[in-house]
Design a binder for this molecule. Sequence first.
Ligand SMILES: Nc1ncnc2c1ncn2[C@@H]1O[C@H](COP(=O)(O)OP(=O)(O)OP(=O)(O)O)[C@@H](O)[C@H]1O
Length: 321
Amino acid sequence: MEDEADDAGEHAEAIPLGDPCLVVDDLHIVFRVFGGKTAESARAQGIHVQDAEPPRRSLVKRLLGAGRQHVGAVSEVHAVRGVSFMARHGESIGIVGINGSGKSTLLRAITGLIPPHSGSVYVDGEPALLGVNAALMPQMTGAKNIEIGGLALGMTPKQVDERFDEVVEFADIGDFVDMPMKTYSSGMAARLRFAISSAAIPDILMVDEALATGDAAFKARSKARIAEVRQQAGTVFLVSHSISTIEAMCTRVLWMHQGQLVMDGPVEEVTAAYREFVRAHRQARSGGQAGGRRRKRNGGGGSQGSGGRARRQDKARAPDA
Ligand SMILES: Nc1ncnc2c1ncn2[C@@H]1O[C@H](COP(=O)(O)OP(=O)(O)OP(=O)(O)O)[C@@H](O)[C@H]1O
């Protein structure tokens, strides 16, 4: 969680809301992960992982594979767990949550990039979304990606042509537009994704961390573009670790934790609760890490003296526990 001085104190303007444009009903997203290590590290982060049934193999495959060692386990990462909410035309909805809480997965599921394991996503109209982590081609130039991305969003070749210069200017990538995207910094790529995905004023605009990568001028342009989308009855979803950006650009906030929606409400209410949670989470983690480092030093054959110091620290911390 970061606070950006540029945004601090700003608030998104409330506009009259339209009819529902999106209903997410008891949505579950499950990823199959091959390899035991991934499951272990995910579990260590508090992510809900369960061992999956091994896939049924055909007789031929079983015979060919006979004698081979089974490498790693198949596990399932339950990334989104029973999420339900409704969004209306004109809303600007922020999604907050610590790393791995399921924010991007939820957005990708709304765009239709990931099929639900169970539950449903209903969208009013055809969602013309380039989506989160949009599949722009790293080996192609920015120019080619603007063309392909624009067409994928439903623009005609003429419209792509007309908006080309505006997209380049918005993304502020200058001459890099003629370079392959793999040469871009992550900030440049994120700005270009945002510029392409918002060029056609989509019904639903998904913004995943793109705003964290720009300077104050890019943020101001993005804010104006988001306002334009909302004015034209579009809906905006914004994932950001910057609470002040969420406060400046959103009218409602969803808080995800371990794949679940733990809070959905007005900006001030949710961000206040989330700030408090993050502070406590950080304190718990820094306490845990300090303990971990201490244990490692002692375990590494440290002198009697350092072990003594560690024990005294533990005693001093005991009343807090
Ligand atoms: N393609 C995938 N295959 C397997 N697991 C995945 C995949 N994509 C995401 N996950 C897992 O799903 C969980 C949710 O990930 P997600 O990227 O949605 O979280 P996030 O809240 O957006 O995180 P961050 O803030 O770090 O971007 C994580 O445990 C992640 O490891």
